[in-house]
Design a protein. Structure first.
Length: 202
């Protein structure tokens, strides 16, 4: 084999090695894109929960309304947490366009059925992000998402608990008002939050 052929082979292998080294860059960009897309779910939930808070206030259900207002702020805080991660990672943030939310629901039960569905959707999106982060070996992303995994466990548990309580209340307006009062006093979800805190600490 000639010296020129050996040199050309080395150059080709060197070029291939450089290409392989550069391969992870594309998946990382895809992860960044997916995180930006997930921001839409967080902002949309926050916007929808605000609309729910207004609707509940209009129905004189101050406890439920206050709770959903708090949930709306939580969702915006979730988005802010992801934005901070992207900025700290020197990645581009792309703020999403948010659709106008619904403004009325057939019942309080129907409203919280929608809350549960939205939380399940957010959880599925978080799980997809986590799988992508593991695939590309982005440890900083999985560390960030660990918090979201635990948070979504709490979010779904709360939504599930409220749905069950509302089903028990049925058409009993007195039971509905009692549950609303418990939300106003901040005691409605004490059992759920206490149970999850104990499980996490175990």
């Amino acid at each position: 084999m000639s010296h020129q052929s050996v040199r050309s082979g080395r150059l080709r292998r060197h070029g291939l090695a450089r290409c392989r080294k550069d391969i992870p860059a594309l998946p990382v960009k895809e992860l960044t894109s997916a995180i930006n897309q997930h921001l839409a779910a967080e902002f949309q939930a926050g916007h929808t929960y605000l609309a729910m808070s207004i609707w509940l206030r209009e129905k004189d259900l101050a406890g439920f309304s206050t709770y959903m207002l708090e949930k709306s702020q939580e969702e915006r805080n979730h988005a802010a947490r992801m934005i901070a991660y992207l900025v700290d990672s020197d990645e581009q943030v792309e703020l999403p366009t948010i659709e106008a939310p619904e403004r009325s629901w057939p019942s309080v039960q129907g409203l919280f059925d929608r809350v549960y569905d939205m939380e399940k959707g957010v959880t599925a999106s978080i799980n997809r992000l986590y799988a992508m982060a593991e695939d590309v070996g982005e440890r900083s992303a999985t560390a960030m998402l660990d918090w979201f995994v635990a948070e979504q466990l709490q979010e779904e548990a709360e939504a599930r608990f409220v749905r069950k309580r509302l089903r028990l209340a049925g058409d009993n307006s007195a039971a509905l008002l009692l549950l609303d009062q418990q939300f106003l006093e901040g005691t409605a979800l004490a059992h759920v939050k206490g149970g999850l805190s104990g499980a996490t600490g175990a």
